[in-house]
Design a protein around this ligand. Structure first.
Ligand SMILES: *[C@@H]1O[C@H](CO)[C@@H](O)[C@H](O)[C@H]1NC(C)=O
Ligand SMILES: *[C@@H]1O[C@H](CO)[C@@H](O)[C@H](O)[C@H]1NC(C)=O
Ligand SMILES: *[C@@H]1O[C@H](CO)[C@@H](O)[C@H](O)[C@H]1NC(C)=O
Length: 402
């Protein structure tokens, strides 16, 4: 082949791959080409997974988890200069990874962060979150207990919550056995993990235990209104290639005991009855709390099939925002971090506004150029600078509140 031909082929392939990977992104988007590259592969693998599952080749979830692992899980730092003792164990048969700053070796009552990872109840584990939990412990100099709970599709709701409840109550009840200062425990989590952290905080408070602070990083707070502007805007954008409509519907289905096939109807809130809508809308009132004019059809009757199988989605055990002000009043100081490029952006803002209107102590920081999931990408070739900025900011606020 002549040199010109080779040149032409290489050029065409490059143009083709750029065209494939290209997606329009907002201005100020951090490291947009790295993001596009990452999203492209994640999206491709996700699609491949659906296909493989259809032809009974293998379960889609394995490929997604594998990809997650090679993107973040395998870039673990272990630097002796950070003086952390790190080990895995089980507590009441729940897997945890513990990060103990060495200077706490002789301390009986350690300040402690109980950390719940994100991943849509589907992905995430001790390994894929190691970068985050390591940095948190290193930067806050607190004991970090990273909880690995059961996930879908192997285990449906409320398996994850059950695991987190079991271990958290154990740590509160028997804090002395673990050298934990029961008055200085922070619950922390992102996304699905933020959801678990808030649900657990509410449950602990009602049982007489007092977390010092609860730290929520782009948490999932409600499964009631999927027509919020951030859902409408960003679900079609396939954030990180995996927060897609297809994956979203699939997780909703896997969370349910009946594995009901969840249709796009849910995106129009057909999973709630008109009665539910009237009862719960005040807790997620976009018009009131986001100060926007917002069409919400309170009389829409919904789809009987979805309603009966997805009731659990609107219980406070799954949607901690769907509680009245009396419940919110009990909360400890909340640290809330949101990002712009995120389907969960608006529920974060609604939560912040509700706490504000109750004069509750809240620290809310919005990262206007960041995207959902970015704080995991701390080291390795896929590192985003904003991720380290975020974790430093979060760690600083935790230190101030621990
Ligand atoms: C660990 O903490 C030290 C001291 O605060 C800091 O210089 C270093 O960048 C941190 N490393 C990581 C990976 O968090
Ligand atoms: C679901 O919602 C859409 C949009 O509001 C509506 O047109 C449709 O009739 C609903 N479907 C069912 C089965 O209730
Ligand atoms: C919050 O504080 C304002 C100003 O001090 C006060 O007017 C309002 O009644 C308070 N709201 C609640 C729910 O306590």
């Amino acid at each position: 082949m002549s040199k010109q031909k080779i040149f032409f082929i290489v050029l065409s392939l490059s143009v083709l791959s750029i065209a494939l990977i290209y997606q329009p992104l907002p201005e100020n988007f951090p490291q947009p080409w790295k993001y596009r590259f990452l999203s492209f592969w994640a999206h491709l693998f996700s699609k491949l997974g659906f296909f493989a599952e259809k032809v009974n080749l293998f379960d889609r979830i394995h490929i997604l988890r594998f990809l997650y692992y090679i993107f973040v899980g395998c870039f673990q730092i272990r630097n002796p200069e950070h003086h952390l003792k790190i080990y895995d164990r089980r507590i009441l048969n729940v897997k945890v990874r513990i990060y103990e700053p060495e200077e706490l070796a002789n301390v009986d009552k350690m300040p402690t962060i109980i950390h719940f990872h994100g991943g849509g109840f589907l992905l995430g584990c001790r390994d894929t979150y190691d970068q985050v939990t390591y940095a948190l412990s290193n930067l806050t100099r607190a004991l970090v207990i990273s909880v690995e709970y059961r996930r879908v599709p192997e285990h449906y709701f409320p398996a994850a919550l059950d695991d987190c409840t079991l271990i958290t109550y154990e740590l509160f009840r028997n804090a002395d056995n673990y050298r934990i200062d029961v008055n200085r425990i922070i619950l922390a989590g992102d996304s699905a993990g933020g959801n678990l952290a808030l649900v657990l905080t509410q449950s602990l408070l009602n049982d007489g235990f007092n977390p010092r602070t609860t730290c929520l990083i782009y948490p999932a707070l409600q499964f009631f209104d999927f027509t919020l502007p951030s859902y409408r805007l960003y679900l079609p954008r396939n954030i990180l290639g995996v927060i897609t409509e297809e994956n979203f519907l699939s997780v909703m289905s896997e969370l349910s005991e009946s594995k009901i096939k969840v249709t796009r109807d849910i995106l129009f809130n057909n999973h709630t009855s008109s009665k539910d809508k009237k009862r719960l809308r005040p807790y997620v009132d976009a018009e009131k709390y986001l100060h926007i004019s917002f069409p919400f059809d309170i009389n829409q009757e919904g789809n009987e099939n979805l309603i009966s199988h997805l009731k659990f989605l609107i219980s406070p055990k799954m949607s901690p925002l769907l509680v009245d002000d009396k419940e919110l009043m009990k909360l400890p100081p909340i640290l809330l971090f949101t990002t712009e490029f995120d389907i969960l952006r608006d529920e974060g803002f609604i939560f912040a506004e509700r706490l504000h209107s109750l004069n509750k102590t809240l620290y809310h920081h919005h990262f206007p150029t960041a995207f959902h999931g970015v704080h995991l990408l701390l080291y390795g070739p896929l590192k985003f600078d904003i991720a380290y900025e975020m974790i430093e900011h979060i760690a600083r606020k935790i230190r101030e509140n621990l």
